[in-house]
Design a protein around this ligand. Structure first.
Ligand code: GDP
Length: 291
């Protein structure tokens, strides 16, 4: 059997599925488990209602049937979203956006390596030009991932010009993938959104942007989504990256965040190491969630 992930519901549901029969306490345990895994009250109610209906339709009292049904219901809901990365353009440009601290820089390093593992050539652009530390940190990750980096000539350089230069390098030198880091200063929301819009517009003078990935931290759950609302409204986000799933018991966040934002999850981060990033496959995730 696969190793149990921290975000699995397995532990919370063990008692329930260990019982002889499905009874009222089964439903109470299930509700508690779904709520504490951050499915959110609405999805929790809907899932339980659907399962009650199935249990009565199939006339079963066997908790193992309930477990299978739960997996199917979760998988079906997760599968409503197209989670494939759209990176067929050459170069394929990804803008990485999100609030500081969510794991954006780390994710860029991991994503660069992920693409290198598929034999794609990658250049990253350090367009968070106001934080010296951000550029240095990205530099370190670019080195680890063994990919090219385009840095600002001086701190505070127009982020859009760094993004433009990065795409130019890709086009002139034949890099297939471009990943652009952006600022995540929440204090200056309007200014930041203008900056992102400008980066987008300037890059598209050269080539269309393929993906705008919003990075969200699973450990902050729904609060993190509220914080990132401005990005969802103004930054043209095409998909989500969920980080720090390894440190969270909140596997249900993966479902609730897609339904709340209407955006597909395209990548998940499961650790601080360079290889701790995977694509998001609903079937696999549903299995892991119930392991
Ligand atoms: P940024 O400010 O958004 O660029 O965030 P960083 O990339 O600097 O990451 C902030 C912290 O989160 C660092 O300590 C990272 O090691 C950590 N981190 C990032 N992604 C993950 C993850 O998937 N799992 C865990 N456990 N930690 C992560």
């Amino acid at each position: 059997m696969a190793e149990r992930k921290s975000w699995s519901l397995g532990g919370a549901l063990r008692n329930m599925f260990g019982r002889q029969t499905i009874d009222e306490s089964t439903w109470e345990d299930l509700e508690d488990a779904l709520l504490s895994a951050d499915f959110g009250p609405t999805i929790t109610d809907e899932v339980i209602e659907e399962l009650r209906e199935q249990v009565s339709r199939f006339n079963t009292t066997d908790p193992r049937d309930l477990k299978r049904m739960l997996r199917e219901v979760i998988e079906e809901r997760l599968s409503k979203f197209d989670t494939t990365l759209n990176l067929s353009a050459r170069p394929a440009v990804t803008l990485m956006v999100g609030v500081n601290g969510v794991g954006k820089t780390t994710t860029i390093g991991k994503f660069a390596r992920f693409l290198r593992n598929f034999n794609r050539s990658v250049v990253v652009g350090a367009a968070d030009t106001f934080r010296a530390a951000a550029v240095e940190q990205l530099d370190t990750w670019a080195m680890r991932a063994d990919v090219r980096i385009v840095r600002p000539q001086q701190y505070g350089q127009d982020p859009a010009s760094v993004a433009y230069q990065t795409v130019e390098v890709a086009m002139n030198e034949g890099f297939e993938m471009v990943i652009i880091d952006t600022a995540g200063r929440l204090q200056t929301k309007a200014g930041l959104m203008d900056e992102l819009t400008k980066i987008h517009r300037v890059v598209e003078k050269l080539t269309p942007v393929s993906e705008v990935l919003l990075v969200l931290d699973a450990t902050t759950g729904q609060n993190g989504v509220s914080q990132a609302e401005a990005f969802i409204e103004h930054a043209g986000v095409t998909g989500l990256v969920i980080t720090k799933l390894d440190g969270s018991a909140k596997g249900g966040f993966v479902l609730s965040v897609q339904e709340r934002t209407g955006l597909p999850i395209k990548l998940i981060g499961t650790g601080e190491g360079i290889n701790d990033l995977t694509g998001f496959t609903p079937h696999v995730f549903a299995e892991q969630l119930l392991a």
